[in-house]
Design a protein around this ligand. Structure first.
Ligand code: ADP
Ligand code: TRP
Length: 325
């Protein structure tokens, strides 16, 4: 089963990205043919600083590898290293109705807020469709917010297959992280847009400080509290062992402790949980050639598949002559 997903390098990854998405993508590499890429072409619609985009793209690759993406099991590459995807985007664009894109929430929301939208943002779902179709992807693990884009992709693939001949594999969305909305430092959904994130590879000391400043309610320390629904407890659950979680839950129910205690315990388990990834990241940082080689090999593998799909599409719509059989 070919599984594909992309992640935009629009900021450093945070706990929400990891527990809500990245961890599941990485888990799939064991039993599936995983294709994962860093969506720098999509990021161009928001980042207009060359140095920053380079840095964030590089950081994203290092982060994914450090977190366990294994280049021997999955194919990791950078979106713009596969020019076939941009060529396929144009072909798909000619099968895309304006109305379909006008209904896309990401664009609609920006427009309603009065934010100037460029054609890149408007046609973003077409590029995303090309990303998916170029590799004959069958499963696309994404967050709930991206499901509409997979529907667009299916529409475009259907429309092309119908106009010409059956060319594209129809992908299916696989929703990840729907159960886990990781809370941020203010208790709301963690997101870089809300400035409430805890970065995966932040320096330990400032990270600890941030954790100690997580907002909590002001109930007196003596009151017993229900752990379920408490955002500190939710975060703790993501990284503690089963026994630790049980112990913490009974402490909540007993009362007589302070949130400071929970925060300290949270900082401790977080440090322990991500220690191996931090170590791997450091190792990769010391070996930039290794990372370059991994991305190069990934791009080569991905290009081979994309070139074949593009050739199929070009032939189907008459851009190239049919190959003699
Ligand atoms: P942000 O909200 O910080 O801009 P993105 O939209 O770039 O994050 O998210 C990338 C992926 O991480 C998406 O698939 C999204 O579903 C997931 N994700 C982001 N924040 C959270 C969160 N707080 N809880 C669960 N999943 C999240
Ligand atoms: N649009 C996705 C996001 O913002 C990233 C992405 C680009 C993607 N191309 C994709 C995800 C193809 C899955 C498949 O999260």
């Amino acid at each position: 089963m070919r599984v594909l997903s992309g992640i935009q390098p629009t900021g450093r990854f945070h706990w929400g990205n990891y527990f809500g998405a990245i961890r599941q993508y990485i888990d799939l590499q064991d039993d599936h043919d995983g294709y994962y890429f860093i969506a720098n072409l999509h990021a161009l619609t928001t980042i207009r600083d060359a140095e920053l985009l380079q840095q964030l793209t590089h950081d994203a690759a290092l982060d994914l590898l450090a977190l366990g993406l294994d280049p021997d099991k999955a194919t990791l590459f950078i979106q713009s290293d596969i020019p076939e995807v941009s060529q396929l985007t144009w072909i798909l664009m000619t099968c895309t109705s304006m109305g379909l894109l006008e209904r896309c929430v990401a664009y609609k929301e920006k427009k309603e807020k009065g934010i100037a939208a460029d054609a890149g943002l408007f046609t973003y779902p077409v590029l995303m469709s090309a990303d998916i179709l170029a590799y004959d992807s069958q499963w696309v693990p994404v967050g709930q917010d991206q499901v509409q884009h997979i529907e667009v992709c299916r529409d475009l693939a259907n429309s092309f297959n119908h106009h010409f001949k059956s060319t594209f594999v129809l992908p299916e969305a696989r929703i990840v992280g729907s159960a886990a909305k990781v809370p941020g430092t203010d208790g709301e959904k963690m997101s870089k847009s809300y400035d409430n994130t805890i970065g995966l590879f932040e320096e330990l000391k400032p990270q600890r400080k941030k954790i100690m400043r997580i907002q909590t309610d002001s109930r007196p320390m003596e009151d017993p509290k229900e752990p379920e629904g408490d955002h500190l407890f939710q975060l703790y659950q993501l990284m503690a062992t089963a026994e630790e979680i049980e112990e913490m839950a009974s402490l909540y129910r007993q009362g007589g402790f302070g949130y400071g205690h929970v925060k300290k315990a949270l900082a401790d388990v977080a440090e322990r949980y991500f220690a191996p990834a931090r170590e791997r990241r450091q190792e990769l940082e010391n070996h930039p050639d290794t990372v370059r080689d991994i991305l190069k090999a990934g791009a080569e593998r991905a290009r081979t598949v994309a070139a074949e799909v593009l050739a199929r599409a070009e032939e189907a719509c008459g851009l190239t002559a049919p190959k003699p059989h």
